[in-house]
Write a protein that binds this ligand. Structure first.
Ligand code: GLU
Length: 553
């Protein structure tokens, strides 16, 4: 046993599994040629940022399109950032929009897959096994510098205006021999384990980022901490060991990590791992006074995925919109394939924009209106009830109490060639259906300026006499037209436009009065369908109320 091996044994007496054994335990994945293995690796903070959902979706698409695997790993070695059960909230956000992992952490204290454990705090033995081997090879060493000593080094570096950190000649413990290190360990001094960097600041690393293109940076020369005093690794070393053993082929993550790539490559190389492919995703931006800025958790409610769940954006809408941000050719593809499933889109990681995409709520709303407009009434019913169950108890009771009625409401105008596009999210439904439920309805009989209350009362009185809720649409509208002449209106809009002085108004004004009396709205879906849904009793009652109101004016 040489001195480094003795040191390694002294530092890790309980670590008996070797890296070689772990290599065997986690063999290459039995996947088809070209299959990509990707992952989403959040800290369990309980919060899922929309940018994280976006990146996770890119990971999922990459795996899915190549028959690969997308897994979820929880990076919890930094206990400060953790909250109790910070996993469920993140998983709920992913699931809400169908960005479900195939493997890894799939619930609170629940995971699935052959490459686990998938929670870093349960992998300390594995990290220590690889750390032990680095010590054996002289590539890592214990460092006994106290907080105070490190501060002194930093102060001196500041004075000399050189790069700060523990490296090269500044790295005091790096210079100790294995024997001296062993002696220091024997004294019981606390230590961290550091990488003995082989980087040269005058040499550069070049790597091909699949989104950003070719990137060149100086090599990393820091003797970074591999294991803290408690034997737990900070993120960087854990990432290298995990992504190697979990057989990740493509690391797709936020571009805040680009600056760490030289270090990550150094770690992969020190451990003898193949360097995976990298793709760094730019942050989602928001238009603000003075230009674009990153979507901020602190300032923007829409930075939280939970916001979109609470608002009730359908999964398909969110994914459809995210796809427009992911690949700019998606919208053209969609025009050519309006009914194709999203999974048929030929997603291409390399076509992602290298600069941050603008997250535009107005556009999301438009996309969502389109998506909802082509759903069947049954689909709409199912989704809006599921949303109401969690977020609007009264609506849920009303809908689930009479599913046929609710479905019929959502079916109005749905078979049109140009279906209505007035709902973007389920939280808008309450307002949309309000006049069809007495429990939600507050009448408001305000008229447009061109119609006088007395005329409105006359129109309603006449209509009450001819109304039959069983009438088909043509008969129904025929009756309204027939009412015109007797009331001083014309059934012919063109005629009214040519000689307005001859009439009080046209058939559209008559319909408007009826619509307002029955719905308190000036714009609704097909009025004939609404009358049939309201039924004879409610229609008569509402007309009575409106007549009384106008007569009292
Ligand atoms: N745990 C890191 C984060 O939350 C993940 C970095 C990575 O994906 O490599 O940002």
């Amino acid at each position: 046993m040489n001195d480094y091996e003795k040191l390694a044994e002294r530092l890790f007496p309980d670590i008996t599994m070797t890296p070689e054994q772990y290599e065997e335990k986690y063999p290459a994945r039995p996947l088809p040629e070209g299959a990509r293995v990707t992952r989403f690796a959040p800290s369990p903070t309980g919060f899922l940022h929309i940018g994280n959902l976006f990146t996770a979706y890119v990971n999922k698409l990459t795996a899915e399109n190549t028959n690969g695997v997308f897994f979820l790993r929880i990076e919890d070695t930094d206990k400060k950032r953790e909250v109790e059960d910070g996993v469920s909230g993140i998983l709920a956000g992913l699931r809400a929009f169908d960005v479900e992992p195939d493997e890894g952490v799939l619930g609170f204290e629940f995971e699935q897959g052959e490459y686990g454990p998938y929670q870093q705090s349960n992998r300390c033995d594995i990290y220590q096994s690889f750390a032990k081997e680095l010590v054996q090879k002289g590539l890592a060493y214990p460092c006994f510098c106290s907080e105070g000593a490190l501060n002194d080094i930093r102060a001196e570096q500041e004075l000399q205006a050189v790069n700060k950190g523990y490296y090269g000649d500044w790295a005091v413990c790096r210079k100790l021999t294995a024997e001296e290190l062993l002696e220091a360990v024997e004294t019981g001094k606390p230590y961290v384990l550091r990488l003995r960097s082989t980087g040269d600041e005058n040499r550069r690393i070049i790597f091909e980022d699949m989104i950003k293109g070719k990137i060149e940076m100086p090599q990393d020369i820091m003797d970074v901490v591999l294991l803290k005093t408690d034997g737990i690794p900070p993120y960087h070393f854990a990432h290298a060991v995990d992504d190697h053993l979990m057989r990740t082929t493509h690391i797709i993550r936020s571009d805040e990590w680009i600056a760490s790539v030289p270090l990550h490559i150094a770690l992969f190389k020190a451990c003898g791992f193949k360097v995976p492919k990298y793709a760094h995703v730019s942050p989602l931006m928001k238009e603000d006074v003075g230009g674009k800025r990153k979507l901020s958790k602190r300032k923007d409610p829409e930075a939280a995925v939970s916001f979109f769940v609470e608002q009730g954006f359908p999964k398909t809408s969110m994914l459809e919109y995210l796809l427009t941000l992911i690949n700019s050719n998606f919208e053209d593809w969609r025009k050519g394939s309006p009914t194709a499933p999203q999974s048929a889109f030929p997603f291409n990681l390399k076509k992602m924009s290298a600069s941050g995409a603008l997250f535009d709520m107005v556009k999301l709303n438009d996309v969502s209106k389109n998506v909802i407009s082509v759903m069947t009434a049954a689909e709409v019913y199912e989704q809006m009830v599921a949303w109401a169950k969690d977020y609007d108890a009264q609506l849920y009771t009303l809908f689930s109490g009479n599913p046929d009625y609710a479905t019929a409401i959502m079916d109005i105008d749905r078979d049109n060639k140009n279906p209505r596009k007035d709902i973007a999210k389920w939280s808008e439904i309450r307002e949309y259906v309000a006049y069809l439920y007495d429990e939600l309805y507050t009448p408001c009989f305000d008229l447009p300026e061109n119609i006088l209350p007395g005329d409105a009362a006359d129109i309603l009185k006449t209509y009450k006499d001819v109304l039959n809720v069983e009438d088909d649409k043509d008969t129904w509208f025929g009756k309204i037209k027939d009412m015109c002449a007797g009331l001083g209106y014309t059934p012919n809009v063109k005629e009214f436009k040519q000689t307005p002085e001859k009439f009080k108004g046209h058939v559209g004004d008559i319909s408007a009065v009826i619509r307002i009396a029955l719905t308190s709205r000036r714009n609704t879906p097909d009025l004939h369908s609404i009358i049939r849904l309201l039924g004879v009793k409610k229609v008569h009652q509402r007309m009575e109320d409106a007549i009384q109101y106008y007569e009292a004016q």
